[in-house]
Write a protein that binds this ligand. Structure first.
Ligand code: PLP
Length: 368
């Protein structure tokens, strides 16, 4: 059995990418929002029905830009978010000079618990930044109601949720802004890349500002904001154009692997995370997280997997509020639901090129 990694990038046939690159070579335009970049933005806008789409060099850059768009001059601005996420979510808040306010998660969806959001709102709260963790939808209806009642922005970290649907709507249209990662590890990737989808009333104005921010804040030759460099290159956009043509096939292949996992683990003590809440009508199968009865059981299984060259990942462990930087800056914070899940959850290998035999073998090792 070959070595298995938690994921492997989905890549189009090389010939297809080479063909896409021919016109890049002909034009000599490799970056600075060239034709591939513009086409990918246009296709993503049409595909999702969003008011405005802006591509970025990474999902993290997209998140930082989204926060910069809604930030005002309040030096004590706060953003309510989840501790059960990749550090990028919270680092983006911190790096934008805002204070992350950690909120407990819901036991089932593992996303922010809306019933705990309101008590975290203060006069300095600017936004709620929930995460569709593993592609599991947040309770977006309740979150929208709370945000409306308090005049707050909702910025979704949708890094894991590309191509998913909430009812009939594309997940990218939820909230004021949704930020995605197109990193190689995601179901839809551009090697490195990301995007924001803006859907609030002032979308085109914010979109214009986002275009400036990702390009050093430049307008007519001078910086009107202290922007950085967040531009996606033509090479990444070309890969994105190819991968987008194959997205349904990538998802179907991942779904087939996930089905084997589901079947083999059924009735055991290792429980696949639940994905059936909050109106999720289409999944992208980016991750296959399983929950163990105890951290001890997880560690034992992890060790057996490693001995068989199967690299699962303790994703997300520890919670972000428990990480050194946040512990030292904000002190001990107790979020028992998130902490308990984080200790017992493991993401199994999942990629479009995995076979049913490989998934069965992973389960055989897991079940001892
Ligand atoms: C929840 C979450 N947010 C943000 C990011 C950052 O995305 P990127 O790696 O494209 O910068 C990631 C990356 O995996 C993520 O998991």
């Amino acid at each position: 059995m070959r070595e298995l990694f938690v994921t492997r990038p989905s890549l189009p046939p090389l010939e297809e990418y080479k063909k896409e690159l021919e016109s890049v070579w002909e034009s000599g335009i490799v970056t600075n929002c060239g034709p591939k970049h513009e086409l990918l933005e246009k296709i993503l806008k049409e595909r999702t029905g969003s008011s405005c789409v802006k591509l970025f060099s990474s999902g993290h850059a997209a998140l930082e830009c989204a926060l910069s768009l809604i930030k005002d001059d309040d030096a004590e601005g706060e953003v309510i978010t989840t501790p059960f996420t990749f550090a990028s979510t919270v680092n983006a808040i911190e790096r934008c000079g805002l204070k992350p306010v950690f909120c407990e998660i819901d036991k089932k969806s593992l996303t922010i618990d809306p019933s705990e959001i309101e008590e975290k709102i203060t006069g300095h709260t600017k936004a709620i930044m929930p995460v569709h963790v593993y592609g599991n939808l947040c309770d977006h209806k309740k979150i929208a109601k709370i945000a409306k009642a308090h005049g707050l922005y909702v910025i979704y970290d949708a890094a894991h949720a590309f191509a998913e649907k909430a009812g009939a709507k594309d997940v990218a249209t939820l909230g004021d802004i949704s930020a995605f990662s197109f990193h190689a590890t995601k179901t839809f990737g551009c090697a490195e890349g990301g995007a924001i989808f803006i859907n609030c009333k002032n979308a085109s104005k914010l979109g214009e500002k986002a275009s400036n921010l990702r390009n050093f804040g430049l307008k007519d030759g001078e910086s009107i904001y202290a922007g950085g460099n967040g531009k996606m290159s033509e090479l990444s956009a070309a890969l994105g154009l190819c991968n987008l043509r194959h997205i349904d096939e990538y998802i179907a292949k991942r779904e087939a692997v996930a089905a084997v996992y589901g079947e083999k683990l059924s009735g055991s003590d290792i429980k696949p995370a639940s994905f059936d809440g909050n109106g999720l009508t289409r999944r992208n199968h980016t991750y296959f997280p399983v929950i163990f009865k105890s951290e001890r059981a997880l560690k034992k299984a992890f060790k057996s997997l490693e001995e068989n060259r199967i690299h699962a990942r303790r994703y997300f462990y520890p919670c972000v509020h428990e990480m050194k930087y946040y512990r030292e800056k904000y002190g001990e914070i107790s979020l028992p639901v998130a902490e308990r899940v984080s200790k017992r959850i493991l993401c199994l290998p999942l990629s479009a090129d995995m076979t049913a035999e490989e998934a069965s073998f992973v389960c055989k090792i897991l079940l001892g």
